[in-house]
Design a protein around this ligand. Structure first.
Ligand code: AMP
Length: 607
């Protein structure tokens, strides 16, 4: 997406917000921010096609903060998110952008957290509420939250809310908001049901999307490494150890990150310098000259600072932080492979960023090859090979007579063999940089990384309170549960009965959504769901903590308390003559008709 807005100062943001962005080290608005902030500040509705990692949170949070009325302590903005992790993350982002706006209050509300606490905060007054649809509906039903004063509603990750069965709830919540409100809807994809919501609730929206112009970068070998945020620095040092590189350009998102990473690499014994927009032109040029002349091998840069950088000896570009859009990626990796040489590009991807990787692959029309993190053994092997090479070079090129005498003296005085002396000297030679590489990424974390493979929604910091230890790894997506046999259910899942069924309008999606959000069980751990006339069964991981079990008893789906209990084991169809029907086994038409039949009588109390 090309945009004439290149600096935050071009946006009508107050000095307090500009100061925050400067402190956070944001150099320039991301494309989605440049395109979204102006219409949101003008009060227009926005329909944004944007995914995680594009900077969309700031794209809606900054204009909301800018337009707050400080005399009003009733909720002025509501952000709906599909999961509690995202609700927490968005609320934290608001808090951090509001660091120079004293008195600002944001409240995340989600299932699984104490209602009393949320009520206390709501009574004290909040400016922005960030919540999951189920819990927001709960508060509306109890009249503990009023949306009458809302000025802005944001639907974040709308396609995820659709996937989790919340879209009717979102629709209903929107109906409870003032007609005059502004709506911003963000979604990575725009399937028809999302377009319908947009059509119903958005007025003349400004459509914003990141254009993915395709471009090939033929001379660059592209690889990616999947690594969680907390292990990126260790992963980077491993990569630096084994790659056969000349000069390396490392990209990060912010000025602060550039300085910090350069310092941390220095501290680990990799001489590096930062390059960012806050440096004087003279210092930037001096640093680039050092890189060009071979006095410096590692440069950590932001996108803005590295614009147009042309240094032929850059053999590697490492995308330490994933770029905001494919265009930035193409620009970054174009810094290597100059003048017809081959170049290497390595991208670090956190589980939640996999989607951006796929977008990049589409834009470059090239697959990015998966690269395993170099192992401890590989690094030790590499160091050892270098050491042996150095020894052999010294033996063939240096005048060593004096040192031969030294060794002979030690042999004589200490009555040891020359082999013993050589062993001690080898030890001394590697003390500052041990030949045996110490593993800094814990094995657990590696397992965790493996486990979250393909989990594009995995969060790096939060972990749901209930995650089974022993787990099978079914792929994500609805159909998998029906495909499994009852024998793998018995191995590590328990079947429960819940008191909501077809008669109440329950669907597997809204049961899954309610359980996922209220009990903090990730959707992928929720097994088979079967819907009967007035109850359903659901397979959940063994070993559910009693407090979660008690909490689930009171959770409501379609206004029915779940009253969950262990299923007594009888075959469902012997217990009830009705044939069990999951929604997934119905035809599309039947399902749609049934939904239509239910719609007029829908109640606000659905979870
Ligand atoms: P999001 O897509 O909203 O999840 O944001 C992804 C990450 O980008 C977050 O860590 C933000 O702090 C960071 N970020 C957002 N906008 C900018 C910007 N203009 N410059 C640098 N970093 C940013």
């Amino acid at each position: 997406m090309s945009s004439p807005i290149e600096h935050f100062e071009q946006l009508a943001l107050s000095p307090a917000l500009l100061k925050t962005l400067q402190e956070l080290g944001y150099e320039a608005p991301t494309p989605i921010q440049a395109a979204t902030i102006p219409p949101m500040l003008e009060g227009c509705d926005v329909l944004g096609q944007a995914q995680t990692g594009t900077g969309k949170t700031a794209a809606f949070a900054l204009p909301i903060l800018e337009k707050l009325d400080w005399n009003d302590r009733q909720p002025q903005a509501l952000v709906l998110t599909p999961t509690r992790e995202l609700a927490i993350q968005v609320a934290e982002a608001f808090q951090s952008y509001a660091r120079h706006l004293p008195g600002f209050h944001v409240l995340p509300i989600y299932g699984g957290q104490s209602m009393t606490l949320q009520l206390r905060h709501l009574r004290r007054g909040v400016h922005v509420v960030v919540g999951t649809p189920g819990r927001v509906m709960d508060h509306l039903r109890r009249e503990t939250l009023s949306l009458a004063t809302l000025r802005t509603v944001v639907l974040d990750e709308a396609d995820e809310m659709l996937r989790m069965g919340f879209i009717d709830d979102v629709d209903w919540i929107l109906e409870q908001t003032p007609a005059t409100k502004q709506v911003a809807l963000f979604s990575a994809t725009m399937p028809e049901p999302i377009r319908r919501v947009a059509h119903r609730h958005l007025r003349n929206p400004q459509e914003v999307r990141i254009e993915t112009r395709t471009a090939t970068v033929a001379t660059v070998r592209q690889r990616y490494c999947q690594v969680g945020v907390q292990h990126k620095l260790d992963a980077l040092t491993r990569v630096l150890e084994v790659e056969d590189a000349d000069a390396i350009l490392i990209f990060v998102r912010t000025k602060v990150a550039a300085t910090e990473l350069a310092e941390r690499l220095e501290a680990r014994g990799y001489p590096s310098a930062a390059l960012h927009g806050d440096m004087t032109q003279a210092l930037r040029e001096k640093t680039i000259d050092q890189l060009r002349g071979g006095g410096l091998d590692i440069l950590v840069a932001t996108d803005v600072a590295a614009r147009g950088l042309d240094v032929q000896r850059i053999s590697h570009v490492i995308n330490y932080d994933i770029p905001y859009d494919p265009e930035a990626y193409i620009h970054r990796i174009g810094r290597t492979g100059r003048a017809g040489r081959a170049g290497d590009a390595i991208l670090f991807v956190a589980p939640r960023e996999i989607r951006m990787l796929r977008t990049i692959e589409k834009a470059t029309r090239q697959p990015v090859e998966k690269m395993p993190l170099p192992t401890q053994e590989a690094i030790t092997g590499h160091r050892l090979a270098q050491f042996k090479q150095q020894v052999s070079e010294v033996l063939s090129s240096q005048e060593l007579e004096f040192f031969q005498q030294v060794v002979a003296e030690i042999e004589r005085e200490q009555e040891v063999s020359s082999h013993d002396v050589a062993t001690a000297l080898a030890y001394l030679a590697q003390r500052d940089r041990p030949l045996q590489f110490e593993d800094t990424i814990p094995k657990d974390a590696e397992r965790e990384r493996e486990r979250s493979r393909d989990d594009d929604r995995g969060r790096d910091r939060e972990r749901p309170p209930f995650r089974p230890d022993r787990e099978e790894r079914p792929p994500r997506g609805g159909e998998r549960r029906d495909a499994r046999s009852s024998s793998d259910f018995s191995s590590n899942k328990t079947r429960y009965r819940i008191e909501v069924g077809r008669e109440h309008g329950a669907t597997p999606q809204n049961i899954m959504g309610a359980i996922a959000n209220e009990a903090g069980i990730e959707g992928r751990y929720i097994g088979r769901i079967e819907i009967y006339d007035d109850y359903s069964t659901v397979d959940l991981p063994d070993g559910m903590p009693p407090e979660i079990f008690q909490h689930l008893k009171r959770v409501r789906v379609r206004q029915q308390m779940l009253n969950i209990s262990p299923f007594d084991g009888a075959e469902p169809d012997r217990k009830r003559p009705a044939r069990p029907r999951t929604e997934r086994t119905m035809g599309d038409r039947e399902r749609a008709e049934r939904r239509e039949r239910k719609r007029p009588g829908r109640s606000p109390a659905d979870s």
